[in-house]
Design a protein around this ligand. Structure first.
Ligand SMILES: [Zn+2]
Length: 694
């Protein structure tokens, strides 16, 4: 009875606001595209409110269904619940990043607690979980196909992993641990920020900054002025810190700055040494409560790697050849430094950046300015679309009758080789005040089939490339071309999705798998066969010279082993903290040093410790997950090696990549999908080969 009253209330609300709310009326545009030209700020709140009310009513209806729980009335119904909310959220949260203003931020703040409340309403819903469990318990007698079976398993696990099977007393404990943990992670993050902001290096003796490039000195002078100081001020923000380390010859100052950077939140007023231990302790407790020996076991279980042993194995296999190679690279830099006046026996960590840059300057003469004239944005876009055409037969047709969310946004109708509509593609390339920095792919709507009706995806690619002017076109750096290919790879993953259930399609895959479709595309940016096809000097029309392409390739692997070991060290430290079954006896710093000592490539600095400022794993979402970066690199290098073997435009390989990876989402286990494409498990050798190690 109760939910019927609620529904009646909603109907009234609908009547009073749908007339003018484009978020709540059916779109009349082709493919049901969002009517961005009609959406105003005032439409969001009522649309969210109605979306949440509808979603709750749908959940209530599942719970109140008098019929015995089965796959359709429980699992499928839950999967399809909240359609309006998904649609509104899909638009709002993407525009909050790509075309925002103060009012949008205010709306976000107002909606945030309502969304959290709704999420709790679902995740802590005991009668709902009972129904899911009832279906799960008889899963093998239901005659489900693979997709359905996986959806059932995933839905069940989601609840179990958030404590649904715990006793009431343990549930309370779990809630407490989670709350303490989130507060501690917040505090940890705040301390890192405060420690970063608390430090500055002020230099008033001009001789000590004389050899820095003008742009570095000017930025430092501005920082000083802003702080009411004389001279030049450097701080621990990455651009300031890294520029000083790269260009300064003043070893004493570099040591000071290096020590400050690498002792962030170690002791002092913003100390995280103890917070690290407490966070680790709480994670062990949560894992144990849920039945796992360690937090890593819990976190990695639903990723492609599945077990900490698989992650450790990968790290070991990469580390073994990379460590001696990295030590050799450092020795090479030391020898170069000595030839050029460096008087010490060993490079200290604060010497490395400067000398490795000088070495690079001396041996690889390549800079952005040399390449940029060959990479006009329009040519690059054409080349990327053309690549999707060569590999997969896709065609991109600009649609001026479908509105974008900003006048700079171009909308394309993406068609398959046989003319079938695949997706709408929104391309938004240029910076503006309302857009955050960086580049990303996202979707306004994912692919799914509900009640026999298919929804094709609305994909969006957002970047911050330099805008063309009356005098010069938009020219990309090689890095930007690579970024474009990367995000376009994510876009293909979204556009070519084929499945039934939205939670399994497109980029909804395990975190250590999601970067495979994107990173693999970056490889084409280094292939002469691809570059020759489009890279023309914007003034002379001349093709990109072969020696420049060679240089791009050579620079790509400069210090490859050194940087690989750096990344592996982060992964090792992350895994060490999260593979503990109890807190170690030694303190944070001592534990870290013990873990990292065997992989050192440079002298240890006793004061330094990175755990107190390792935000990725202690206040970001990467706990027991830092390895994902390397995991994805192994996947893409191994996968791309098949293209290298058979040809980088080989249609057969591409079709297999599409059928087994791009179209599959997470309808099946990612490891199975990968094996089906590649014929074997991911092999680290391909990455080592690519990086020129071994
Ligand atoms: Zn990515």
């Amino acid at each position: 009875m109760k939910h019927i009253t609620l529904l009646a209330g909603i109907m009234l609300a609908v009547l009073s606001c749908t007339m003018e709310n484009p978020l709540l009326t059916e779109s009349k545009l082709p493919y049901g595209a969002p009517p961005f030209d009609k959406i105003r700020h005032e439409h969001y709140l009522p649309a969210f409110e109605q979306g949440i009310a509808e979603a709750k009513a749908e959940i209530d209806a599942i719970v109140a269904n008098p019929a015995a729980p089965d796959f359709a009335n429980t699992i499928e119904a839950l999967e399809n619940a909240g359609e309006t909310l998904d649609r509104v959220g899909g638009i709002f949260y993407n525009l909050l990043e790509a075309d925002t203003d103060d009012e949008m931020q205010r709306i976000a703040e107002e909606i945030s607690p309502k969304m959290t409340e709704y999420e709790m309403y679902v995740s802590l819903n005991e009668p709902l979980f009972e129904r899911i469990k009832a279906v799960y318990d008889k899963r093998d007698s239901l005659g489900l196909d693979k997709e359905q079976y996986k959806l059932l398993e995933d839905s069940y696990k989601d609840f179990v992993r958030s404590g649904a099977l715990l006793s009431p007393a343990d549930k309370e404990k779990y809630g407490q641990y989670e709350e303490e943990l989130s507060l501690l992670c917040l505090k940890y993050g705040k301390n890192v920020l405060a420690a970063t902001n608390a430090y500055t290096l002020n230099v008033t003796d001009e001789a000590r900054v004389a050899e820095l490039p003008d742009f570095v000195r000017e930025a430092a002078a501005e920082t000083a002025k802003a702080k009411g100081q004389e001279g030049w001020t450097f701080d621990l923000s990455y651009p300031s810190y890294s520029a000083f380390m790269k260009y300064s010859t003043d070893r004493e100052l570099k040591k000071q700055l290096y020590l400050a950077y690498n002792t962030k939140a170690v002791g002092g007023g913003n100390d995280n040494l103890e917070n690290v231990r407490q966070i680790v302790d709480l994670r062990i407790k949560i894992a144990n409560l849920l039945g796992y020996p360690t937090y890593a076991d819990y976190a990695i279980e639903d990723r492609m790697a599945r077990t900490p042993a698989a992650v450790d194995g990968l790290i070991r296999e990469l580390l073994e050849p990379s460590l001696p190679a990295a030590r050799k690279e450092v020795a090479g830099i030391l020898a170069f430094a000595k030839e050029n006046g460096f008087a010490e026996d060993a490079l200290q960590p604060w010497d490395f950046s400067y000398w490795s840059e000088r070495y690079k300057d001396a041996n690889y003469a390549l800079n952005d300015a040399l390449l940029k004239p060959y990479f006009q944005l329009e040519d690059c876009i054409g080349a990327v679309f053309g690549l999707a055409g060569k590999l997969y037969g896709l065609q991109f047709e600009e649609r001026s009758d479908i509105p974008g969310y900003h006048k700079d946004v171009k909308v394309y109708d993406v068609k398959d080789a046989d003319g079938r509509h695949l997706a709408l593609f929104y391309a938004d390339f240029f910076p503006r005040e309302s857009k955050r920095g960086g580049a990303w792919m996202t979707e306004f709507r994912g692919q799914s089939i509900v009640d026999g009706v298919e929804k094709r995806p609305f994909i969006s690619l957002v970047t911050n490339f330099t805008k063309p002017t009356a005098q010069s076109p938009s020219l990309l750096t090689h890095d930007e071309l690579t970024t474009l290919l990367h995000e376009f790879g994510h876009s293909l993953h979204g556009m070519m999705a084929e499945g039934r259930y939205g939670s399994q399609t497109g980029t909804n895959v395990a975190r250590d798998f999601v970067e495979l479709p994107s990173q693999i595309m970056e490889n084409w940016a280094f292939e002469p066969e691809f570059l020759d096809g489009f890279a023309r000097h914007y003034q002379t029309g001349e093709t990109l010279p072969a020696d420049l392409i060679e240089k791009v390739k050579a620079t790509q692997n400069y210090l490859a082993a050194y940087f690989q070991v750096r990344q592996l060290q982060f992964g090792i430290l992350d895994m060490a903290w999260h593979s503990l079954t109890a807190l170690p006896e030694e303190g944070t710093k001592e534990f870290e040093k013990k873990v990292l000592a065997p992989t050192a490539v440079m002298p240890d600095v006793p004061e330094c410790c990175m755990s107190p400022s390792f935000s990725h794993i202690f206040s970001g979402g990467y706990s027991a997950g830092y390895y994902s970066y390397k995991w994805a690199e192994v996947l893409e290098a191994d996968a791309f090696s098949l293209f290298q073997e058979k040809g980088i435009f080989n249609r057969e390989v591409a079709t297999s990549f599409r059928n087994n990876i791009l179209s599959m989402g997470s309808r099946e286990d990612e490891a199975v999908l990968y094996r089906r494409f590649r014929g074997h498990d991911p092999q680290p050798e391909a990455l080592l080969r690519k990086l020129g190690i071994q």
